[in-house]
Write a protein that binds this ligand. Structure first.
Ligand SMILES: C[C@@](CO)(OP(=O)(O)O)[C@H](O)COP(=O)(O)OP(=O)(O)OC[C@H]1O[C@@H](n2ccc(N)nc2=O)[C@H](O)[C@@H]1O
Ligand SMILES: Nc1ncnc2c1ncn2[C@@H]1O[C@H](COP(=O)(O)OP(=O)(O)O)[C@@H](O)[C@H]1O
Length: 289
């Protein structure tokens, strides 16, 4: 038996940090949505009692460091599954980029194995299990647009934002999510208008969304990686309606409504940035191609 799942990348339309918690995580409020850049995961039922990860991408670990591996192990143990699984990951999302590629692979594994192993778990149950693997996994299980609270695992679904094109550009040098959170100065935060962003999304107000893009981790990553600022400036110069860094970075995204403008930004970045993508904003559950 065999099952296929798509694992789309996410971008942060807002990211606010409220305070540091006793468990060392940060209490956050952020609005995330999905874009049409996705890994493809194939799940093959094995009779042997093992989880096997196969990927041609050298940055994707094939052991317990892989979040898809951890998701599969968690389901196996929690539901005492005697079968095994081989998971083939066709990696399209850049790794360690602020696009939640690993978390989305874990979420796709929860959805895929729920079908392969016929567990009949609800999306909410899968999202709760996801929180045990990583803060962003619950959002990725829903695979839509949402306000995420807590350490990221408390999800309130939202409608899809207005349709637009998204240009993604990833600087060469990655950043560690943990070190970005650790370097944030908490009493010096200019908070995003999260409620205003929720309303703009609900009203399908494209300019309202553009005007409220804000991520409080951006200044931290900017100070570690000057390429982030260079890419932001270049995107604005070549016609993006709004630009922001996603998550802890370093990927920057720009929003535009016309495809021709997205192509112009893409072409203007190709000279000095190796990883540039033009994709559509998805924002709601998508079927496989
Ligand atoms: C910044 C965000 C925004 O979407 O995404 P990415 O940049 O990773 O895509 C997330 O908060 C990242 O989520 P995720 O990458 O799943 O985080 P985890 O594996 O749970 O945690 C990695 C480390 O980040 C820090 N962390 C994470 C979440 C949180 N609310 N507070 C934190 O302080 C902790 O130091 C933790 O050890
Ligand atoms: N399935 C996976 N795909 C990519 N990276 C993974 C995966 N599982 C674990 N990782 C590890 O997680 C780290 C963060 O990767 P990723 O999820 O792509 O980035 P981010 O958290 O910035 O969105 C990487 O250093 C990588 O080694």
């Amino acid at each position: 038996m065999y099952v296929l799942e798509k694992a789309p990348a996410k971008i942060n339309l807002t990211l606010d940090v409220l305070y540091k918690r006793p468990d060392q995580y940060h209490e956050i409020e952020m609005i995330m949505t999905t874009v049409d850049l996705a890994d493809r995961l194939e799940f093959f039922l094995l009779q042997e009692d093992k989880v096997e990860i196969v990927s041609e991408n050298r940055f994707v670990p094939n052991d317990e460091r892989n979040l898809a591996y951890r998701a599969a192990k968690l389901l196996k143990e929690r539901f005492q599954i005697e079968h095994g699984v081989k998971i083939k990951i066709d990696k399209q999302i850049p790794v360690a980029a602020g696009l939640a590629g690993g978390s989305s692979d874990a979420a796709a594994t929860f959805r895929g194995l729920n079908r392969l192993w016929e567990l009949n778990l609800s999306t909410e149950e899968l999202a709760n299990l996801g929180a045990e693997v990583g803060s962003d996994v619950s959002f990725c299980v829903y695979n839509s647009t949402a306000l995420a609270k807590g350490r990221g695992e408390t999800i309130v679904e939202l409608p899809a934002p207005p349709k637009c094109w998204v240009v993604l550009a990833k600087p060469v040098q990655g950043v560690s999510t943990q070190s970005v959170y650790q370097s944030l100065v908490l009493d010096d935060i200019d908070h995003p208008d999260t409620k205003g962003m929720v309303n703009a999304i609900k009203q399908s107000d494209y300019l309202g969304v553009c005007n409220r893009l804000k991520n409080v981790l951006e200044t931290v990553t900017l100070s570690m990686n000057p390429e982030v600022a260079q890419i932001k400036e270049q995107m604005i110069r070549s016609g993006a309606d709004a630009v922001l860094m996603s998550g802890s970075g370093p990927t920057v995204f720009g929003l535009v409504q016309q495809e021709s403008r997205a192509d112009r930004i893409y072409n203007s970045l190709r000279g000095f940035c190796e990883e540039v993508y033009v994709v559509r904003l998805l924002g709601s559950h998508q079927k496989l191609d």
